[in-house]
Design a protein around this ligand. Structure first.
Ligand SMILES: NC(=O)c1ccc[n+]([C@@H]2O[C@H](COP(=O)([O-])OP(=O)(O)OC[C@H]3O[C@@H](n4cnc5c(N)ncnc54)[C@H](O)[C@@H]3O)[C@@H](O)[C@H]2O)c1
Length: 295
């Protein structure tokens, strides 16, 4: 478990693409990247905030170090268009941050058996949380991995690095947030699967899994009890975890949990794993053959 960081990697002049950059973690991360000399492609559904931040960073630097684009992460086309703008401006992208996300949207009406009977119309679920927190991040991941495949190695010896934002709910289940929790654990499973597949290909894939961090994901009042009980995770320490896996860092497949000023690489659940591997190892081999991943 680490509470203080060793020296963070040098990322000067590297190029980063960030989703959900108009607020909270994405906003703070964008500013930290720029402070460390990186170039940034700032994207969010809140276009004006992205443009304002880009102008501010460019004014401070006296050159173009930032571009902004409206990107709804559920739109593949908008993500590609923002990447194209970034490539045109900066030549390549070293880091993709799949970060945009929202809190739980209630997905089906709550269970009140006394108010429902077989004649009550069945409602279509609201899958917005899954669409943004899972599909939206996978769109960014699909973009990143295809861009990396087409790029030369950078000065650190990497084609590129993908960092996804999972959550403490990637590890632990939630009684009240089934959509949030399943999306975040999906992102964790995706990180572990694809980082293994891309091992040795000069690509790294990691995810950051913060506990409750004060941002605009919920109204400010929500955090009052957390402050009173001293259980908030500081935003600056969360941002350090994102920076820690960049540059020449060899970290790959990490799921970095963050609670208060503690960060740790969360271990894989290995309960009865070896016994099951006899079978699921064959499944992986079969799929690998079908997809041409290995012989
Ligand atoms: N704050 C926490 O306690 C916490 C803890 C763990 C994980 N996270 C995750 O961190 C990420 C960032 O959240 P935050 O806490 O900074 O919240 P935030 O609300 O402050 O920022 C999220 C940003 O994402 C943007 N966004 C929402 N939907 C979008 C979409 N479809 N396309 C593009 N942008 C979109 C919003 O406009 C906003 O600017 C999320 O994935 C969230 O689940 C947050």
């Amino acid at each position: 478990m680490s509470t203080t960081m060793v020296a963070l990697p040098d990322i000067k002049d590297d190029v980063a693409f960030i989703t959900g950059a108009a607020s909270g973690i994405g906003y703070a991360l964008t500013k930290e990247l720029a402070t460390r000399g990186a170039r940034v492609i700032i994207t969010d559904i809140q276009e004006t905030t992205c443009q304002t931040l880009a102008s501010e960073l460019n004014r401070e630097a006296g050159e173009t170090v930032a571009v902004a684009a409206k990107v709804d992460t559920t739109s593949w086309d908008e993500q590609v268009a923002a990447y194209e703008l970034g490539k045109q401006t900066f030549g390549r992208v070293d880091y993709f941050f799949a970060n945009a996300g929202i809190v739980e949207a209630m997905w089906i009406p709550r269970f009140e058996a006394d108010k429902f009977d077989v004649e009550t119309p069945i409602e279509k679920p609201n899958l917005k949380t899954t669409e943004i927190n899972y599909i939206g991040q996978l769109n960014t991941a699909a973009l990143a991995l295809q861009v990396f495949q087409r790029q030369e190695l950078n000065r650190h010896g990497f084609r590129g690095k993908l960092v996804l934002t999972s959550s403490i709910y990637g590890f632990f289940h939630s009684v009240t947030m089934p959509m949030y929790c399943s999306s975040k654990s999906g992102i964790l499973a995706f990180t572990r699967s694809t980082s293994d597949l891309h091992k040795g290909k000069n690509i790294t894939i990691n995810c950051i899994c913060p506990n409750a961090t004060p941002t605009n994901i919920v109204p400010p009042d929500f955090f009052i009890a957390f402050r009173e009980q001293d259980v908030l995770t500081p935003l600056d320490f969360v941002i350090e975890q994102y920076i820690s896996v960049l540059g020449a860092s060899q970290d790959n497949g990490k799921a970095i949990g963050v609670y208060k000023r503690n960060a740790w690489d969360h271990p894989l659940d290995t309960y009865r794993r070896e016994e099951n591997r006899a079978s699921y190892g064959l499944i992986d081999d079969g799929v690998a053959k079908a997809f041409g991943y290995w012989d």
